[in-house]
Design a protein around this ligand. Structure first.
Ligand code: ADE
Length: 248
């Protein structure tokens, strides 16, 4: 998968060199390229923003550096684009659709993702309209709160998407039982010692009875989800619940 990130703070994205995503880049599974948006300006001051038409607080990102930047990502993209699939342009914004695990699975199938990190009050809207001619444009929000710019959101999205690309997580089994994979929060986990500061682990985990352990874990998933995220329980397909689930 090819990933381009455009930002006026490329140093923010240095964390993509670390851990699992860093290793996936070294292994050639993810081709991540971070670009300084100011490299696409032409004036002496490398200007990327200007005052908003209609007035109001803050500054707006100018269209021209963005169009040059996005055109460059199309020009040197891999075979995927020429083979007919449109690259996905993700624009982090609190005004976007909410990024979920389902979005991460969907985007993990793409060949080319381009992230446009806005700052200030955002990017001139015409850039997104214009980009729609060549990209599948997706304004995306991490949640209902406001960050200072798109960089932190990109770190989160690249990690959530990248770990679903085949080969990035060593043991794909670990993707199956995690939170949100089946619409529920994950069950609690414990390790040695079995008694720590007078707190014992749930007895059933020492029983060796795999069916009982599976039932215990499923009950804990349902209990946690109903306590912490009743909105998720309400969205569950009733067909995905077994008889014992319904009794819980
Ligand atoms: N940029 C600013 N706030 C954001 C948010 N909540 N999600 C994604 N990008 C953002």
């Amino acid at each position: 998968m090819r990933i381009d990130v455009f930002s006026i703070f490329p140093e923010y994205l240095a964390a993509l060199d670390l851990s699992l995503i860093g290793k996936a880049r070294q292994d050639g599974l993810l081709d991540v390229r971070v670009h300084d948006l100011r490299a696409f300006t032409t004036d002496r001051h490398r200007t990327v923003d200007d005052t908003p038409y209609g007035g109001g607080a803050g500054m707006v990102m100018k269209p021209e550096p963005w169009s040059q930047a996005l055109a460059s990502s199309l020009a040197d993209a891999g075979a995927g684009d020429t083979a007919g699939t449109r690259p996905v342009l993700i624009v982090p914004s609190p005004a976007g659709e909410v990024f979920t695990q389902a979005t991460a699975y969907e985007l993990a199938e793409a060949e080319h993702l381009v992230f446009a990190c806005g700052r200030y009050e955002g990017i001139d809207e015409r850039v997104l309209e214009w980009a729609g001619e060549n990209f599948d444009v997706r304004p995306m929000s991490l949640g209902d709160y406001v960050l200072n710019g798109g960089e932190v959101a990109v770190l989160a999205m690249v990690e959530a998407i990248g770990r679903l690309v085949p080969g990035v997580v060593g043991n794909p089994e670990s993707l199956v039982e995690e939170s949100h994979s089946d619409g529920l929060l994950e069950y609690p986990v414990y390790t040695k010692p079995s008694i720590w500061r007078e707190r014992a682990i749930p007895e059933v985990l020492l029983s060796g009875n795999h069916a009982k352990i599976a039932r215990f874990r499923r009950d804990e998933q349902l209990r946690r989800t109903s306590e912490r995220r009743p909105d998720l329980l309400a969205k569950l397909d009733p067909a995905s619940l077994d008889k014992a689930d319904r009794a819980t």
